[in-house]
Every structure is written in C-alpha cells, then in structure tokens.
Write a protein that binds this ligand. Structure first.
Ligand code: GLP
Length: 244
C-alpha cells in the first residue's frame, strides 16, 4: 500500500483530488465510488473548482455512494443523499440518472441490497473508490466484526460510531441506529482506492489498518489485500505508524 503523509488537511485534499482528477481525465466515463463524512469535503471542493474552470467534466461518469442511514429520507439534512448533493452533485455536471446513493427507506432490503450490487456490476465495477475511516477502523459502515467477504447489507451501528456522528445531529438520540452499506468485498473490487484520514482520533484506526493483522476487528485492514491503495494522511493520523 502507498502511504502519503501530507502537511495538513488542505495539502491532503489537494493531493487526493489530483489523483482523482487524473483518473477522470484519463477515463471520462469512470465509475466513481464516493464517500461521506467530513474528511472528503476538501477533495469535493477541489473537484468543483476544477469543473468550474473547465478542466474536468462528470458528464460521462457514474457514481456510487458507500452508505446511507436507515430511516432518513433523501431530503433529511443529515442523509448522505442530501450531503452529497450539497457537497458535490449540485455543483457539477454528473447526470442525475447516473448518481447512485443507497436508499435509507426501503421495505425489502434483501432485494434492494442485491439491486445495488447489480447496478455496480452493470456499470462495469468501480474504477476509483474514495474512503474515509471511522475511529473504530470501519470503512463505509462496515463496523468491527463485519465479515470481510460481506457485500452490500444492512448493519447496526456501533456505539462509538453513533457517538462520533452525533456531532451532526441535534442530539445523540437522533442518530439512526442502522445503516445500509457496501460490504468490504464490494469495496475491495474497486480497481483503485484512496483512503483519507486526518487528526489524532484516527491514529489508532490507521495503525491497525496499515500494520495490524488483516481481520474483521478493523475492516480497513482488508485494504492490505488490495493491489492499488493509497492512504493520504496528516502527521497526526500517521503518528502511531512504526514502519517506514
Ligand atoms: C461515517 C461514514 C464513513 C466515514 C466516517 C468518518 O461513519 N459512514 O464512510 O469514513 O463517517 O467520518 P469523518 O470523515 O467525518 O471522520
């Protein structure tokens, strides 16, 4: 795995956006795997700037988001559908019919999760996947204990994740307890992956992901099995790494 230690959040966002832009320029019809959370916002801002200056277009691209809270409608300000439109989709030319964000309000998730997997396969698989990481080492919403062979599924959120994400909600009681998420195996099928992390509260998760054993206690550790992953970190997130 490649590890890039960046000066700060701005630098990380700029470098990761640079890799993203290269991919999209090389393949305008790229299938993009997108993440929520506060960490990728800087990358999305760069992408919007590059779109506005005419350097990139999303007109031929397709996007798949990683996850969504169960119970939140698309117009809920904390839904990931809403977040992605605020942070990226409303500002670029990605066609609405090729934007896929998992739905949080389905009746039959058995069927819906398979439908989502089928749409990814039909699009030809994900070319470039952006990931953040939870402080418990989760990628998307693959919480500790999730089998590494998992596909898109519904999951219970860990208390640590509920606590971490409570900052976006009026109170902790408002944080949904369940989510739909791409599985670890779904994510590992992306041809290229970049994981972004800043701050000391991610340092343990980053150490476990990069240097720990591959296992479901830190689902990000599964990335060790992927041939093309780059971690973009700041010094605080990288502070517990011991290997060169
Ligand atoms: C949520 C998302 C993850 C994301 C994580 C980290 O749990 N499901 O995909 O990586 O938040 O968020 P942040 O970047 O705000 O620390």
């Amino acid at each position: 795995m490649n590890v890039v230690i960046c000066d700060d959040y701005q630098h990380m966002s700029q470098l990761a956006a640079g890799e993203f832009i290269e991919c999209l320029q090389a393949k305008p019809s790229a299938v993009l795997g997108l993440a929520t959370g506060s960490t990728p916002i800087g990358v999305y801002t760069h992408l919007i700037d590059q779109f506005k200056s005419g350097s990139i277009s999303f007109a031929e691209a397709t996007s798949f988001n990683l996850d969504e809270y169960i119970g939140l409608y698309r117009d809920h300000p904390q839904s990931y559908y809403y977040f992605m439109h605020q942070q990226l989709f409303n500002h670029v030319d990605l066609p609405g019919q090729r934007i896929f964000v998992p739905s949080g309000v389905e009746n039959d998730y058995g069927q819906y999760c398979q439908w989502y997997e089928d749409r990814i396969a039909e699009a030809g698989g994900i070319d470039l996947q952006i990931l953040g990481i939870g402080s418990d080492g989760h990628i998307a919403f693959n919480e500790p204990g999730t089998v590494l062979g998992s596909r898109t599924h519904v999951t219970e959120l860990d208390q640590q994740t509920i606590d971490d994400n409570a900052r976006f909600f009026a109170s902790k009681a408002d944080v949904p307890r369940r989510a739909i998420t791409m599985g670890v195996a779904t994510i590992l099928e992306a041809r290229k992956i970049m994981l972004l992390a800043t701050g000391e509260n991610k340092a343990v998760a980053i150490r476990d992901a990069l240097e720990g054993p591959v296992g479901s206690e830190c689902t990000a550790s599964a990335l060790q099995q992927h041939p093309d992953v780059t971690f973009y970190l700041d010094a605080a997130a990288a502070s517990l790494l011991t290997k060169e």
